[in-house]
Ligand binder design. Structure first.
Ligand code: T5A
Length: 215
């Protein structure tokens, strides 16, 4: 993998209810205590424009055609990469991004069964080829993940059938298997503190940040 910018780029991926958001918040607090500069962001919705796109994408009242859905995720991403991610990486800052291009492969590729070549091309256009240094898969059985979500207020994607979510989860496992150098898998079914411990260990090893486990 070619190192593109001085900052390190970590993406967090996983099926619904895997606990990525909870874990990245815990990690961010810990990095603050160490004084380690970082940015936490998310896809979709990491910019002002992206937050508007996110509302459209997740609104359960609005039907969205699968290709429209794909293009909206990519539009959000193009803005996000140029406005937030690349400037931070250029400034040498660690970027922790909750979902990125692999979500599109898992959800729109494996889940919706859209053409992978098309998704790869659009991912490339939206990101200018920016690839994460490390991608962490928070793996959880789909039924268990969905059961963690609040029963009221499921968004448009969360309301998809269990079979859809199972394809997404299997898709993630396939993606991780295809690129073992970039991916690491965490068993996200365990208690919060153990998942956090694994996350810190992985970052410490892969990104040469020993302070994450030594202090
Ligand atoms: N999407 C996204 C696409 O289809 N294509 C794309 O290209 C992209 C980028 C985004 C949706 O868009 C889809 C994927 C998504 O469906 P979102 O709200 O950002 O929507 O969705 P998520 O990333 O799935 O966010 P969530 O917040 O819903 O899930 P998380 O982050 O995995 O889980 P989290 O941390 O919020 O935890 C969920 C619940 O589980 C509990 C938490 O307290 C919380 O209640 N929990 C645990 N309980 C027990 N044990 C643990 N270890 C726990 N960890 C968390």
């Amino acid at each position: 993998m070619i190192k593109q910018y001085p900052g390190q780029f970590v993406t967090l991926e996983g099926p619904e209810g895997a606990g990525k958001t909870t874990q990245v918040k815990l990690l961010s607090k810990y990095l603050d205590t160490l004084g380690h500069r970082h940015v936490v962001t998310r896809d979709p919705g990491g910019t002002a424009l992206g937050r508007q796109i996110r509302r459209i994408l997740l609104n359960p009242e609005t039907p969205v055609n699968p290709v429209t859905e794909l293009l909206l995720y990519e539009a959000d991403r193009a803005q996000h990469v140029s406005e937030v991610i690349v400037p931070a990486l250029k400034a040498g800052i660690l970027v922790l991004c909750d979902r990125y291009t692999d979500s599109t492969l898992a959800y729109q590729g494996y889940g919706r069964e859209l053409d992978f070549k098309l998704i790869l091309e659009l991912n490339e256009i939206a990101t200018g080829g920016l690839t994460p240094d490390l991608t962490i898969l928070f793996d959880i059985d789909s039924s268990m993940g969905l059961a963690r979500l609040h029963p009221s207020g499921h968004d448009r994607l969360e309301r998809e059938a269990l079979a859809f979510h199972q394809k997404v989860r299997q898709g993630y496992l396939n993606l991780a298997e295809q690129e073992p150098e970039r991916w690491r898998i965490i068993d996200a079914t365990r208690p919060l503190s153990l998942v956090q411990e694994d996350l810190r260990k992985l970052l410490a090893e892969k990104l040469s940040l020993p302070e994450l486990v030594e202090s």
